[in-house]
Write a protein that binds this ligand. Structure first.
Ligand code: CUA
Length: 382
């Protein structure tokens, strides 16, 4: 039996015609309006295989892009790069702010010209055949070369000026010097003027310029606290600088922004911008940490923890892992991955690798009694 076929036309290009095997019933008679509409759109949407393939790719791309677009609307107050809380962050966002308005103006002009051309030169009823062709139009070609060049030049002026300010020395005198050292996968913060070291939670006083010296103990990391501004690389064997003056008291999240190994995504930090009284109290506590109880300190020593960690005021002086002086005061553990609670700390001591994959902290096979003792000891360091 001969197979029945139907003619399909491309709805954008009526000349593109092909005959395809009939796979759906021929529409005969009168259809209810909603079915007729369905059949019409069905035909519109599947006139040719290539077109339907393109449509499917388009739909999939749209679906894939949607979460990324929505992520930009994040409600977390910590991640809004466009609402900076430092002079450094403001410099960058001001340039972006200006450029958005400029490019919006350019967009409007281009779209108006396009609309004018579409309407003015549209095909008329009494016209047939191809329109008269134009080859070469020197004035127009010069214009569309010079105008974009001029736009780029004017965009470069504020951009280059801002880059020089951001890369330059910190404004004003007497910045607070802090050294940041990146490790797989945590942050070390040294306060040379104040004489102490901490990890993963950076405290700075509001209104005072901070001058960070950034370097790395192993591979390349990148310091990024979106609301403070950034990013800046931490390179092993050399030093980078980043200054900022925090303008708003608060707690801001940061994240390593350079792929640095298994737990790169887990290399987080928190920046606490404190009012001057809070900062002074924190710095005083860090400078003169509470004397740890000796039984707890002994457990810490004999469990093997002291080989890697320092606790001021105890014989524990390891330099490989984060400095744990006053660790009980921190809000988070494991580079800001988990909240600092006895339960989470116990879980971290039991199986570090399950909390932070690839963590260099070994599983010391601690029994429950020792974990209990260590948790009590560490949480008491405040
Ligand atoms: Cu450190 Cu990514």
């Amino acid at each position: 039996m001969r197979q029945r076929t139907e003619i399909q036309r491309h709805f954008l290009d009526p000349c593109a015609v092909r005959r395809v095997p009939l796979t759906r019933p021929l529409v005969t008679g009168t259809l209810p309006p909603f079915l007729a509409a369905g059949a019409f759109f069905d035909r519109l949407l599947t006139p040719l295989e290539t077109l339907s393939r393109e449509r499917s790719i388009f739909r999939k791309t749209l679906l894939a892009a949607l979460p990324m677009l929505l992520a930009g609307c994040g409600t977390g107050p910590d991640w809004r790069t466009l609402r900076p809380v430092s002079d450094f962050g403001r410099l960058g966002s001001d340039v972006y702010g200006d450029l958005i308005w400029w490019t919006l103006g350019i967009f409007v002009v281009v779209e108006l010209l396009l609309l004018y051309a579409l309407l003015r030169y549209r095909s008329r009823r009494d016209e047939s055949g191809a329109p008269s062709q134009v080859h070469g139009f020197t004035a127009l070609e010069i214009a569309w070369t010079l105008v974009p060049a001029a736009i780029l030049f004017f965009i470069a002026i504020p951009t280059v000026r801002t880059v020089f300010v951001m890369q330059g020395p910190p404004p004003g005198g007497d910045p607070m010097e802090i050294t940041v050292i990146g490790h797989q996968w945590w942050w070390e913060f040294q306060y040379p003027e104040l004489g102490f070291v901490t990890a993963n939670e950076l405290h700075v006083p509001v209104g005072r310029t901070v001058n960070l010296t950034l370097t790395s103990a192993d591979v390349i990391h990148s310091f990024w606290v979106p609301r403070i501004g950034g990013k800046r690389d931490l390179n092993p064997g050399s030093e980078n600088r980043l200054w900022f003056t925090p303008t708003e008291v608060g707690q801001y999240h940061g994240q390593c922004a350079e792929l640095c190994g298994t737990s790169h995504a887990n290399m987080r930090m928190r920046v606490f911008v404190d009012d001057s009284a809070t900062f002074a109290e924190w710095a005083a506590a860090m400078s003169a940490p509470a004397a740890p109880d000796s039984a707890g300190a002994m457990t810490f020593l004999i469990s093997g923890c002291a080989a890697c960690h320092t606790i001021a005021g105890t014989p524990a002086q390891g330099k490989v892992g984060p400095n744990l002086t006053n660790v009980g005061r921190r809000t988070s553990l494991a580079a800001s991955l988990i909240p600092n609670t006895p339960e989470h700390l116990a879980g971290w001591l039991r199986t570090p690798d399950s909390v932070k994959p690839g963590a260099l902290m070994p599983d010391l096979n601690l029994d429950e009694q020792r974990i209990h003792d260590l948790v009590r000891f560490l949480e008491g360091l405040r």
